[in-house]
Design a protein around this ligand. Structure first.
Ligand code: KIV
Ligand code: ZN
Length: 548
């Protein structure tokens, strides 16, 4: 007998809506954003934020560009009360920013809330009560009329207090809490009643916030609820319809996106999604989703590392390495084929072309990440990633044939080492494998005579120095002949490539050589100011490997 029994749950009862229009809508404009980090996010923390942390977080929210910031629940928390007072008394709220505070629809709490807001330039008073069937029947033990009355009384109280402080620019906000668990017709009825009290106008709108306090269905059902609500509520044109989704089914962002398509104007959420249980809707993800579609999110998220650092410092929660757009690994490719595709696309990408890079929905540099992080090499990586790293970090443009040779060496190293092979280790591995032009023999003095046929005379320095000489068609061929004759080997150069490493007076060149020596293949690499010296040293490197 198991307690894992799905029959104890009942499916969500969707609202019936005909000819829904939201599936054909597109998000082409940013919503009004409201951050609830300092209220809903804070309420969900194991250790609520200190005043200092709230100050730091508030500064971040202002810099990111929020114009509406829910700063706390001052009637429920002395710390929140003090923080609101500090913001107002110290004049910390920019003129174009509304601070928002939450209160339950209870007269004594509303009174205390207004106390906290004395002297504010602009404020949103956010009043809520629960309207769902579950809460009505089991928590409040009230019928629909009783619940509606709480909302209406709260709305009246909010209005009365505001009238006593005309020096503040007030905006009223109402949330039928647990909206997703409320019969949508009843939510409309309660909101109509609240709007009748507040009497908004097109120039003085009220905010109606529809929360998925608990996410209970697929996002399309939520969008249906929003479209239905917008169609049926009485004073739609006098309202800003706001959404406040939570992430219980993992679809908080999707629900907000579809809800926006269904007619909402405003979105509440938190940076990186902290919030009750599985979190609030993540504003970073939703805004970056818009950004990646060419829509200005009207928030500045370019300094992602600062956002992460402040959020982590204030919430004491770590950002997951796979968190969309922000996690440490979200722009990183380990797989060889992905690395190869990214490398090719990045090489094609120019500033004048729309972004079109396989596996990278956005340009990592837009959020302060570097291309170095894009390609990280481990035992699953292929030659593309290895070549990319060596080129980016050290300017080594490995020819394809050498990439093919080097890749299994790196993979083997990664398997033994068990992790990511950083650029430095990769360079060392490269040098140890191919830049073997000094042991057992090193190139000493040499001269090259160019004629119909080229002649090389060279000294090799080792445990005992040797003189070699040979002829050939070009320096490489002459030097290979000289080496072959001296050591009794047959040396055929199969591949050769060179390129400049640096520009300017101390420009260096790198030569890559692949030689077949007595039937075995060896790869040699050498760097020198002079390309001929680099080339013959690369040949010597192959012979040294054969001797070793
Ligand atoms: O999740 C919720 O319903 C809330 C309300 C107070 C808006 O946080
Ligand atoms: Zn919430």
């Amino acid at each position: 007998m198991t307690s894992f029994d799905h029959t104890k749950y009942t499916p969500f009862q969707p609202v019936v809506i005909e000819n829904r229009t939201w599936p054909d809508q597109e998000i082409t404009k940013a919503p009004i954003w409201s951050s609830v980090d300092l209220r809903d996010g804070n309420q969900a923390l194991v250790e609520p934020m200190t005043v200092e942390q709230k100050k730091q977080f508030f500064a971040l929210l202002v810099d990111v560009g929020f114009k509406e910031i829910e700063v706390g629940f001052p009637a429920a928390s002395q710390l929140d009360f003090d923080f609101v007072r500090w913001l107002i008394e110290e004049n910390k709220v920019p003129d174009d920013v509304y601070i928002q505070v939450l209160t339950q629809a209870r007269p004594e709490l509303i009174a205390r809330t207004y106390e906290s807001l004395k002297g504010a330039k602009k404020a949103i008073v956010h009043v809520y009560n629960s309207t769902s069937k579950t809460q009505r029947e089991q928590v409040f033990r009230l019928g629909k009329d009783g619940i509606k009355e709480i909302a209406v009384k709260g709305a009246e109280c909010v209005k009365e207090h505001a009238a006593k402080h005309p020096e503040t620019e007030w905006v009223f906000q109402y949330s039928p809490e647990s909206f997703t668990g409320t019969e949508t017709d009843f939510a409309v009825e309660v909101v109509n009643a609240v709007a009748d009290v507040w009497q908004p106008t097109p120039d003085n709108k009220i905010i109606i916030n529809l929360p998925a306090t608990v996410e209970v269905a697929t996002p399309n059902r939520f969008a249906d609820q929003i479209e239905y609500f917008c169609r049926n509520v009485k004073q739609r044109d006098n309202m800003i319809i706001s959404l406040h989704t939570h992430n219980d089914r993992g679809c908080g962002v999707a629900a907000a996106e579809l809800g926006l398509m269904a007619g909402a104007d405003r979105i509440e959420g938190t940076l990186l999604g902290n919030g009750e249980r599985t979190g609030n809707m993540d504003v970073v993800t939703m805004a970056m989703n818009m950004y990646s579609q060419g829509v200005d999110p009207e928030l500045v998220l370019s300094d992602m590392d600062r956002i992460i650092s402040v959020v982590q410092a204030c919430t004491l929660l770590q950002v997951h390495p796979r968190h969309p757009y922000a996690g440490e690994l979200v722009f990183t490719a380990f797989s060889g084929s992905h690395q190869d595709a990214i490398k090719k696309c990045l090489a094609n990408q120019t500033a004048d072309k729309p972004w079109d890079v396989a596996y990278l929905p956005i340009d990592p540099t837009d959020v302060g990440r570097s291309y170095q992080e894009v390609i990280r090499v481990n035992s699953q990586s292929g030659k593309g990633g290895i070549a990319y790293t060596l080129e980016q970090e050290y300017g080594l443009a490995l020819p394809r044939w050498l990439q093919v040779e080097f890749s299994p060496i790196v993979q083997k190293f990664a398997e033994i080492d068990g992790g990511v092979v950083d650029a430095q280790s990769m360079k060392k591995l490269f040098e140890d494998s191919f830049m073997t032009g000094s042991t057992p023999y090193q190139l000493g003095k040499y001269d090259l005579t160019k004629d119909d046929i080229d002649t090389v005379n060279a000294e090799l320095i080792g445990s005992e120095n040797v003189q070699i000489s040979g002829n050939g068609n070009g320096a490489l061929s002459a030097f290979s002949t000289a080496l072959g004759e001296h050591f009794g080997m047959r040396i055929d150069i199969i591949q050769y490539q060179e390129h400049a490493l640096t520009v300017g007076s101390d420009a260096q060149a790198i030569a890559y050589v692949q030689a077949n020596i007595d039937g075995d293949r060896f790869n040699g690499v050498a760097i020198h100011n002079d390309i001929v010296s680099a080339s013959i040293q690369a040949v010597l490197a192959t012979v040294n490997q054969k001797i070793a």
